[in-house]
Design a protein around this ligand. Structure first.
Ligand SMILES: Cc1ncc(COP(=O)(O)O)c(C=O)c1O
Length: 358
């Protein structure tokens, strides 16, 4: 494994950084350091911890034209003993490499990915906020840096990790969901399961539709326009007849780490989990009849956020019976308790970050 070289200016910058004592919000503040790694000649050449700053790219760089790019999103939390621990980072490492394979990009050995995350987190120890639900959000990403307009896989890549001290995303409000009946997010054989920028770019037109309709989140259906898939940046779950229903995994859905964690916690709490094809019209009928009592979105940023209503294309609004989500809030508290170190979770979920003195 390649050692991360520490740039002295990066250490100076991080020592001087003062964490704002306000509501941090999500992704608004950024740590003054970043990891950079260069891939060339068929291997990862070097890993550096550098001062945060712009990346200069030739206008012919492949990523700018063909979107050969992947990313991850993960969190580190301050524990009651003041140690810092990441939540299931090995899952992010694995998913990053799955995305890399689909996008014809080089993998990063899991140990190397985790070590880079450990190093930036250890140097950002004083930037990890203290309040419940707050975290240091890590954003690893990789871009194709070969210069040239030919459409072919790049031979050079840049891997970067930036970090953002973040507040609790969920303000206590439930979300209104807009059902996207026209566009689709992903098709079988495509890139839906990969965490790559194109999926998010393709969701932005619907984001505008969603917010113009007074809603907060877009609900995507599958290519037949019949089955629920996920949101633009979160997975979807509903409580139907007291059971936890969620769309089964396919290559059109991002395999959420929060999703799989919630399913494991729910099974442990003796809540029946049903991973299935979830027809949108049946879901709406179940909301009207009261069989579906709760629905919620889940992901690294929001953890769990209850859904209060669904807006359909014909203008009809479906209010969810328990819009504040009793079971969803119970699962949310459980998960936040584990992440913050207040409760024990399944073995290995929290990855302690070794302290580095500097
Ligand atoms: C499209 C999409 N679905 C689901 C999720 C939730 O995944 P996770 O729980 O790993 O954050 C995300 C966020 O990463 C996402 O971008």
């Amino acid at each position: 494994m390649k050692k991360v070289e520490i740039h002295p200016e990066a250490v100076e910058r991080v020592k001087k950084f003062v964490l704002p004592d306000t509501n941090l919000a999500f992704g608004k503040h950024v740590a003054p350091v970043m990891i950079e790694a260069i891939y060339d000649n068929g291997e990862w050449q070097r890993f550096d911890l550098l001062p945060y700053g712009p990346i200069a790219l030739d206008p012919c760089t492949k990523v700018l034209h063909y979107g050969q790019e992947i990313f991850e999103g993960m969190k580190a939390f301050r524990q009651p003993n003041d140690q810092i621990a990441m939540f299931r980072p090995e899952q992010n490492a694995r998913r990053f490499n799955q995305s890399a394979r689909r996008m014809s990009m080089p993998e990063i050995p899991e140990a190397q990915f985790l070590n880079a995350c450990d190093v930036i987190t250890a140097y950002c120890k004083n930037l990890v906020p203290r309040r419940l639900g707050e975290s240091l959000y890590l954003r690893p990403f990789m871009i194709a840096t070969e210069v040239g307009l030919g459409i072919k896989p790049s031979k050079q890549f840049l891997f970067v990790i930036i970090a953002s001290p973040s507040g609790a995303y969920f303000s206590g409000d439930s979300v209104k969901v807009y059902i996207e009946r026209d566009d689709i997010r992903a098709a079988h054989g495509g890139i839906g399961f990969a965490k790559t920028g194109g999926n998010y770019a393709a969701s932005l037109q619907s984001y505008t539709r969603t917010t113009q309709a007074g809603c907060d989140q877009t609900l995507w259906l599958d290519e037949s326009h019949q089955y629920v898939e996920e949101m633009s940046g979160m997975n979807f779950m509903a409580i139907i007849d007291g059971e936890l229903h969620t769309p089964e995994m396919t290559d059109t859905i991002l395999d959420g780490i929060t999703r799989k964690s919630i399913l494991e916690l729910a099974r442990h709490e003796n809540i029946k989990v049903v991973e299935t094809k979830l027809p949108i019209d049946k879901l709406l009928q179940d909301i009207v009849s009261g069989k579906c009592t709760e629905a919620f979105v889940c992901g690294t940023a929001s953890v769990i956020c209850p859904i209060s209503s669904f807006l359909d294309k014909n203008g009809r609004v479906y209010e969810v019976k328990d819009g504040n989500g009793k079971i969803s809030m119970q699962l949310r508290e459980k998960l936040i308790g584990i992440q913050s170190g207040r409760n024990d979770g399944p073995q290995g979920w929290m990855h302690p970050v070794k302290e580095i003195l500097f």
